[in-house]
Ligand binder design. Structure first.
Ligand SMILES: Nc1nc2c(c(=O)[nH]1)N[C@H]1C(S)=C(S)[C@@H](COP(=O)(O)O)O[C@H]1N2
Ligand SMILES: [Mo]
Length: 419
């Protein structure tokens, strides 16, 4: 064996020992060690165990802390690292929940906040104004639901399918599941005097106007919601996991539209137009439709329900000790119904087995699962997880391309490194 090969094998073993706390690196910065690990193809998932000051990135306009071990900052947005969910329960703690901001978080005072409901779909002609106390005097409803960006998983169109798409290059962490508490939008609309001719409602955020990269001002973030959905299971939420809504997630009140793409759940809602005619905004015309050669000329219908996905609670290229048994965990979810089955493969899709499910299938929620695995020898492995939901849909091998990279649902190939 050429000396360079055995030296590199030894170096890998030494790096592995360092990860396990069995090697010293006095006088070498942690950053340099992480660089060596990356260069050796050993990722840094195990490194947080080391005593080192936690570092945090900042995203322009996000209020909460974004520590490096929990978030990846992408422009004005922060993606949750799926590996950091491994020690959380069913609900995503508020301090780990992803943030998707078109502009920046407005810090609003709950005592000053009001919601104005207006439009020709109301029986009266004057707007009806609600304070937070008014909303709280209506029956309170608690619902567990995920919020997931329509573009979650977008980067895999490129990395797995070789296709180009526009938008934030999320991996799988643009999702979180919380317990939301608030008033029913249906109750608020009825109190405001819902007329018989109303067809669409248009909630609008109090954050700044959204200006596109080419300088076009699209106005406030807003997206029409058909009345049928508005009256079904939509909340005006003022609590998230038992706390007042955090600033970044819509304080003091957001719309919460279970199962639908994240954009429907307008944060920092300030007014809701109730219209007797169908409404449009850039968020249901240019954005959030499927465009591309496999879709109708003018685009698909506006997107509503989320699709089906699975994610491992592991870092990309996570190092795992070879010849040792690991309990690998993950989560799967669907906007169409509960996840009833998850199949997993640890050999790139050659053989499959069923993962143990730890939650009952739950509409609007995810299912936690696990599988035990002993990597036989050191080397690179590819993990796959494929979910099936209660409607019988199963994650496909590839997702049909659309130019904005929405609704990626294919099985993701997750590399790990047995060391
Ligand atoms: N007012 C307002 N509401 C908004 C947005 C926004 O930028 N402004 N982003 C939307 C998008 S695209 C998503 S995916 C979700 C993200 O919710 P979160 O930041 O609480 O995770 O909020 C939606 N509601
Ligand atoms: Mo989104």
């Amino acid at each position: 064996m050429p000396a360079s090969v055995s030296e590199s094998a030894y170096d890998r073993r030494r790096l592995r020992q360092w990860l396990a706390g069995e090697a010293r690196a006095d006088g070498v910065s942690r950053r340099d060690m992480l660089r060596l690990l990356a260069a050796a193809g050993l990722a840094t998932a195990a490194a947080p165990a080391l005593a080192a000051p936690a570092t945090a990135a900042t995203a322009p306009g996000i209020v909460k802390a974004l520590p490096d071990d929990r978030f990846t900052v992408r422009g004005t947005n922060a993606e949750t690292k799926f590996a950091s969910l491994a020690d959380t329960g069913y609900h995503t703690p508020n301090d780990r929940f992803f943030v998707r901001n078109h502009t920046s978080t407005p810090v609003l005072d709950a005592a000053e906040w009001t919601l104005t409901v207006h439009g020709d779909g109301l029986t009266g002609t004057t707007p009806v104004v609600f304070s937070l106390d008014d909303l709280k005097s209506l029956p309170a409803v608690t619902r567990t639901a995920f919020v997931e960006c329509a573009g979650n998983g977008r980067s895999f169109f490129t990395s797995q399918q070789g296709q180009s798409v526009s938008g934030t290059a999320w991996t799988l962490g643009a999702i979180g599941t919380a317990r939301w508490r608030g008033a029913r939008l249906a109750d608020v609309l009825r109190h405001a005097g819902l007329g018989h001719h109303a067809v669409d409602v248009l909630p609008r955020g109090l954050d700044a106007d959204y200006v596109t990269a080419d300088g076009t001002d699209l106005g406030r973030v807003r997206r029409p919601l058909p009345l049928s959905k508005a009256l079904d299971d939509v909340l005006l939420a003022y609590e998230m996991n038992g706390e007042p809504l955090p600033y970044d997630h819509g304080h003091p009140v957001r719309v919460l539209v279970p199962n639908w793409i994240g954009i429907a759940s307008i944060k920092w809602v300030g007014d809701i137009e109730v219209a007797a005619q169908p409404l449009y905004s850039p968020w249901n015309t240019d954005f959030y439709r499927l465009f591309g050669t496999s879709h109708p000329e003018g685009g698909s219908a506006p997107l509503t329900r989320q699709t089906l996905k699975s994610a491992w609670e592991l870092a990309w290229n996570a190092p795992l000790a070879a010849a040792a048994e690991h309990r690998l965990t993950g989560r799967s979810w669907s906007g169409a119904g509960g996840v009833v089955r998850v199949d997993v493969s640890t050999d790139g899709g050659t053989t499959w087995s069923r993962a143990r499910l730890h939650d009952a299938p739950r509409r609007a929620g995810w299912v936690r699962w696990s599988t035990d695995w002993t990597p036989p020898t050191p080397g690179a492995y590819t993990l796959l997880a494929r979910a099936t939901d209660s409607t019988g849909r199963t994650q496909p091998d590839t997702t049909v391309h659309n130019t904005q990279g929405y609704l990626f649902d294919a099985v993701v190939r997750h590399p790990v490194e047995a060391v």
